[in-house]
Structure formats: C-alpha cells, structure tokens
Design a protein around this ligand. Structure first.
Ligand SMILES: Cc1ncc(C[n+]2csc(CCOP(=O)(O)OP(=O)(O)O)c2C)c(N)n1
Ligand code: SF4
Length: 296
C-alpha cells in the first residue's frame, strides 16, 4: 500500500516555536520513511523511533510510528537494545546535542564503536533548548546563556570528527531548512548497514538563532567533489568548521564518510544470527544456550 507522508501525522498539538528548525527535520523524516516504504525497502511496521527529552525529541509525538520515549540522553542506548532484540527493525534515534553529546555521550561513542546498525538524528541547535538555553558540548565560545552569563570559554566538541574516530560508518551533516537534501541523506543513512548519524544544524530561533549565520556559510560537499569513502579526506573536511561561530567559516554539509565494509554489531552476536527471537520456536532451554556459547 502506498504511503503519503501525511499518513504519518498524529493528532498531537505541535508545541515548537514558529520558525523552529525542527519543522524541517519532521518533514524530511516523514518524507524519507514514506519514500522508503513506497520503494519497497521496508514496511511501516518495520520502523521504530526512539527519543529522549528535549525540543527535538518531541518529534516522537508527531510521527505515527512505533517507538519508545526514554530518559534524557538515552535515545541511542534504547535504539541499540531494540535493534539487538529484533535486527529486522529499522531503528532511528532522535536527540538534541545536549542529550547525545552531554548526558548520553558514552552511549553515542560506544554505539558508533560497535557499529550498531541504527540511525541517529542529532537535532543540533548548540543549546539545551527545552530548558531555555544553557550551553551544551557544541555551543560556541563566548555564548552568554542562563548557565553562562559571562560567556562560555570551553572549546566546542566536533561531533563529525568524534563520530568518524569512534567508528561510525556513515557520518553526515545537514541543515534543517534544506529539507530535500536532508531527506535524501536520511534515506541513505537508514539504508546503510552499520551505525549512521546525521548532525542536523537546527537553529533554535528562541535561544540560539543561527539561521542567517548558516545560510551564508553552508556549502555542499558533493559540489566540491568530496569522496566519502576516503577517510582522511572526510576528517579533513570535518575539521573545516569547529562549531565556533567564526565569521570567516565555510561549513560543509552532506555525507562526510561512508564505510560499507565493516561488520555491523548485530551480525557478531551468535545468538541472533538465526534471526529475531520472537520468530523462533523455543529450540532449546536457556541453560543449553549458555552451555553452547560460554566456556565454563
Ligand atoms: C539526566 C537529565 N539531565 C537533565 C535533564 C533536564 N533536561 C530536560 S530537557 C533538557 C534540555 C534538552 O536539550 P537537548 O538535548 O539539547 O535538546 P533540545 O531541547 O535542545 O532539542 C534538560 C537539560 C533531564 N531531564 N535529565
Ligand atoms: S525553544 Fe528553540 S528548539 Fe525549542 S521549539 Fe523553540 S525554537 Fe525550537
């Protein structure tokens, strides 16, 4: 059955501020899922969303797909668990830069290191927005907010270099107002076997409005002939912009890095190689399974 992206709407009232970058992400995600279903890649029932707490994570309420709403910083941990329980599912984790790079950074780094076959969408507005604008790991130096009235002085973290170095096998950056480009990258990320992440530059018009800053400085990697299969070139491109709001910056968007050759985490588990547990008859007692795989 053909799916229209509006079929994925929910009756929940949208509480994002008018003009918020999250609207672009919502449209792109619904479009990507509808396309993938219509192209025969998966059925709607195969998609699962996870989210944590934050403005970006409210996307969970606005898409009619199965999912799990977790604690702040735990979207990736939940996604890894769901994928292990049923590797046939297409699991997408949503979180802000705060949830993913502050509270949940350990989960993110290890999921990338494992190459878990999930997709992570980072709503990166460079602040804790739901709690009205405190500095996160990607906030630029000098930002004056509720928690840093004298201005931040720490260097921001670069999630693109972090993810490539951690072992992620599909690493991209997008701009939330370029919905068509984001949708295509999302489709590629979801189809990719292994850990994929898109760092979406998502201006928070209320507490960190970078809309014009990005519009003037963004360029597409594919327009400059970037080869995403070249790891060193990917790292070099990733270092071009360090998340400070430098007026002379040029900010690449698109796919930085792809590695199609690394084994996905779930493929390494002997206990699920035969497929998800729920599809299998009780073949043996748990004690027999333990005896088979654990040397005592
Ligand atoms: C462990 C934990 N720490 C802090 C909070 C409070 N809290 C809830 S939402 C939020 C901000 C979310 O920021 P971010 O993850 O960047 O998402 P955004 O709102 O910017 O989309 C914070 C700090 C919490 N709920 N749990
Ligand atoms: S506070 Fe910022 S991120 Fe949250 S809905 Fe408003 S504009 Fe969007």
């Amino acid at each position: 059955m053909r799916v229209n992206q509006n079929d994925l709407n929910t009756p929940v009232e949208n509480t994002w501020c008018p003009g918020c970058g999250n609207f672009g992400i919502l449209t792109a995600v619904k479009g990507a899922i509808a396309d993938l279903v219509n192209e025969g890649f998966a059925e709607l029932k195969d998609f699962v969303l996870t989210a944590d707490i934050g403005c970006g994570s409210k996307i969970y309420d606005y898409i009619k797909i199965n999912g799990y709403y977790g604690l702040h910083g735990r979207a990736v941990a939940l996604a890894v668990g769901i994928k292990l329980a049923n590797p046939e599912l297409k699991v997408i984790a949503f979180g802000g830069d705060g949830g993913l790079l502050n509270e949940g950074i350990a989960h993110l780094v290890h999921a990338a290191r494992y190459n878990s076959d999930i997709t992570t969408v980072m709503h990166n507005n460079q602040v804790f927005a739901l709690t009205t604008g405190q500095a996160t790991a990607t906030t630029e130096r000098g930002f004056r907010g509720k928690s840093t009235p004298l201005g931040t002085f720490e260097e921001p973290l670069n999630p693109i270099t972090l993810m490539i170095e951690s072992g992620a096998t599909f690493v991209a950056r997008e701009f939330s107002y370029d919905v068509a480009h984001l949708k295509e990258t999302l489709k590629a990320a979801i189809k990719h076997k292994g850990f994929s992440i898109i760092d979406v530059l998502q201006p928070c018009v209320s507490f960190h409005d970078t809309t014009e800053y990005f519009r003037k400085r963004i360029y597409r990697l594919e327009d400059e002939g970037h080869d995403p299969y070249d790891r060193e070139a990917a790292l070099k491109k990733a270092r071009e912009w360090g998340y400070d709001l430098d007026p002379d910056a040029r900010i690449p968007v698109g796919v930085f890095y792809i590695n199609d050759e690394k084994m996905a985490y779930e493929e390494g588990w002997p206990s699920i190689r035969k497929g998800p547990f729920w599809k299998r008859k009780r073949e043996r007692r748990w004690e027999d399974t333990i005896r088979k795989y654990v040397v005592v």
